[in-house]
Design a protein around this ligand. Structure first.
Ligand SMILES: Nc1ncnc2c1ncn2[C@@H]1O[C@H](COP(=O)(O)OP(=O)(O)OC[C@H]2O[C@@H]([n+]3cccc(C(=O)O)c3)[C@H](O)[C@@H]2O)[C@@H](O)[C@H]1O
Ligand SMILES: Nc1ncnc2c1ncn2[C@@H]1O[C@H](COP(=O)(O)OP(=O)(O)OP(=O)(O)O)[C@@H](O)[C@H]1O
Ligand SMILES: [Mg+2]
Length: 264
């Protein structure tokens, strides 16, 4: 595919840039620190490392928020990140809240997408409970690859105050994570939203991240046509069109909700 990893000098510059971004966001908001959800996945791990580098561990708080479908391994990795970084964290079960939602609206029972998205939104509620109470910003963990295809829950993991790694493709997130000293097992683990049992990003999206990144950088974020991208990457044009379709269908997730134009 295409190697999107930065040169050593560029990586250093990117790292400094993102660290400074986090400092600037906190300073501009006049808050004391940040909170973020820790899933044991590489996106939240990377943002935790960046935040600690930017602000110091005492200004970063983690929330480990297990649901019924969360694996013990991921939850213990999430706690390990907080411990390694010497940042404070809480562990709060989200399932009782999800169960309360389903008790109030049993029609959604068994709808794994609606219930999975509700899990992501319950996590957002906890993030903002802490942010409001402690005077913190909620750090997003979304990267460019997920954002471009809308692979996040609107007002769930998408409900954040800023996106420190929002311009980085998944390959670049992994590279940055290594440079920051994140554990190698976390860098290479299979990405999963863990909104329902046995979910993985690449299975659900129907494409692997290296191919997705290559299509994004060539076509969606780059100058090449569908046909030229397919030729360059030696993929079926239908795969490029599929990514283009996800990008277009998820535009609503990347902008503020519209209101009618003012009447003349
Ligand atoms: N054109 C349009 N203009 C304005 N709003 C529009 C719309 N189309 C749908 N909508 C609204 O958006 C809703 C659908 O969006 P949403 O609720 O997000 O739901 P949806 O996009 O269907 O599902 C979220 C996807 O993101 C994945 N995910 C979620 C969370 C974390 C991660 C991860 O990688 O960790 C991945 C999840 O597995 C699933 O594939 C609709 O119910 C409707 O309310
Ligand atoms: N069990 C959880 N506890 C706390 N936060 C969570 C949990 N599950 C998901 N999140 C939050 O939702 C975000 C989105 O999940 P996502 O899977 O895209 O990222 P990740 O788990 O950090 O990395 P990866 O995509 O490689 O799995 C996480 O980064 C984290 O902030
Ligand atoms: Mg994950």
């Amino acid at each position: 595919m295409i190697d999107l990893r930065f040169s050593e000098a560029e990586l250093e510059a990117r790292r400094d840039h993102v660290v400074q971004f986090v400092r600037d966001q906190v300073e501009a908001a006049g808050v004391d620190g940040v909170v973020l959800g820790l899933s044991g996945g590489i996106d939240s791990t990377t943002v935790a490392y960046l935040a600690v580098e930017a602000l110091g561990a005492e200004r970063v708080h983690g929330l480990v928020l297990p649901a019924r479908v969360s694996s013990d391994d991921n939850m213990s990795d999430a706690e390990r990140v907080a411990r390694d970084l010497e940042m404070s964290y809480d562990v709060i079960e989200v399932e009782p809240v999800v169960e309360a939602l389903l008790a109030a609206y049993p029609e959604a029972e068994g709808d794994h997408l609606a219930v999975g998205n509700a899990r992501a939104r319950v996590r957002a509620v906890f993030n903002y409970l802490v942010a409001n109470h402690d005077g913190r910003l909620v750090l997003g963990t979304g990267n460019r690859s997920e954002a471009a295809v809308g692979y996040f829950t609107k007002y769930g993991d998408g409900a954040v105050d800023c996106h420190p790694i929002g311009n980085l493709y998944k390959q670049q997130v992994r590279q940055l994570a290594r440079a920051l000293g994140a554990p190698e097992e976390l860098v290479t683990k299979t990405p999963t939203a863990e909104l329902w049992a046995d979910q993985t990003d690449e299975d659900e999206l129907g494409i692997d991240y290296d191919t997705l990144d290559a299509i994004l950088v060539s076509h969606v974020d780059g100058p090449l046509s569908v046909a030229a991208t397919a030729r360059r990457l030696e993929v079926d044009p239908k795969t490029v069109e599929m990514v283009r379709g996800l990008y277009e269908a998820s535009a609503h997730k990347r902008r503020a909700p519209p209101a009618p134009e003012p009447l003349e």
